[in-house]
Ligand binder design. Sequence first.
Ligand code: HEM
Length: 509
Amino acid sequence: MWSNRDERLFFFCENANFSYISTVDLHDDAEKSRSINKGPWGFPFLGILPFMNRRPPHLVYLNMSKQYGDVFSVQMGNNLTVCLGTTKLMKEFFSRNDSTGRPDTPLNNLMEGYGIITSQGALWKRQRVFLHEKFRALGVKLWPNTRFEKSIFVEIEELVTELNDSKGQAVNPARLFGRHIHNVICQLMMSYRFEPNDKNFTMFNERVSRGMQLFGQVLIGEHLRAYLKLPGKMAVLNEIKRNLVDISKFHRDHVIERVKQRETLTAAKEPADLLDYYLDRLDEEKSMDKNDKKNIFPDVDPVKQIVQVMNDLFSAGMDTSLTSLLWTFIMMLKNPEAASKVRAEIRKVVAVGERVTMAHRLEMPYIEAVLLETMRMVSLVPLGTTHVNTEDWKIGEYTVPAGTHIVPLINKMNMDPEIYPEPESFKPERFIREGKFTITDTFMQFGIGQRMCIGNMLARMELFLFFSNLMNSFEFSMPEGEDVPPLDGVLGSTHAPLPFKLCFKPLVV
Ligand code: HEM
């Protein structure tokens, strides 16, 4: 908990020298008087870092925003950080071309500027265009009968069989769903599926959970480089590097194998997955001018880039989708009337046990609304992904120097009563207008602007199909004597529920 001492320290550190006007339109006359409230000064060299040890960062910032308003700055070790706390500010700043940088920090730098999440400039921009185009070509869209929908159904059928086989015994849904959610991404990337007990899947899980532990041990080093010079910290960083090498090796082996397979082809083949599209593109670029603006591998090792994109899609897409699905089941247990509405909606369209497909989506607005309302209430990625401004920004009298960390307080926006009346209540209806599912432009779970989540369609598609089909095949409950997990979970790469088990019983036809 936030101690009285901290409250006193904040009060003591309050910088009286500010003029702050919240949510001002960039173009209105008040712009001139707009400024940023300076948050607590914190400690010399460390800034507010010591406060972050007591509570998860998103709760620390939330608390500060009550005192310092919708936009404030804090010093996190070496890094000046500006927090944006309204959807209006987030839209305004994240739509700017000079808002798309990523922080220059030791952990980000392990990626050496490759991939999509931490890459910048031409490499990043061209990668996004390419990925958007190829995701669509592979069927990642909210339409029925795409080849990608078929790939997702391979996973759903196997999962339904596994849940039937569990015969009502308690199972760990994170473990059971995890392989299938990972397979959805792997199929899209390289037509690969992990079979049950696949040793590579075990390797992935081990590396990821170990990675999270290690990450926690050196997180301060992101903001205080000297920290990484302390005894033992370099060893942690090196172990993170080795972890990354193992995950990369898995993807690299697939790339090399595919290159060999393609050498044996006698005729051109329709691309089966993202990897085929990348390798086709690589062939095309061999005859392209190096400076051609279409070149998606400008001055980089192409194989390394493809591998890092795969690593990134896995790390951005796996945990987020899985966690979101887990929370949605928890929400159904906490809100049984909503679960009944979900089943009633399905029942109007298909019989018990029949498959819900993308063709049914428009007839099921409540299900999509449940998925979004869950993401809103639990703040899956409460602080989004940090941006940096690549040019100085002037906000009123205040200059935000280039290179400042810009952090959106998504959890604050999610609980803003002006946007979401009664924000503590689970009300999927807020995403339904005139009977139709409607995403408001204040919905920020996927970010906004040029760096907005590239997998949002993929996530919405797989969440809709997994959730609706499990709801139409099973009833589920907590194991006897166990409570439904609280909405305060644990913060790792996402805000995840505490570990829990569920018992699934087939719905009676
Ligand atoms: C419920 C699921 C998901 C949520 C809530 C989510 C949320 C987010 C957020 C908040 C960002 C940061 C945006 C920014 O920097 O401003 C992001 C970025 C990203 N997401 Fe997602 N995401 C989800 C699923 C996925 C999936 C399934 C994939 C792909 C397989 C994916 C791929 C990415 C990538 C590549 C980026 C980085 C984009 C860039 O830096 O240009 N995400 N996501």
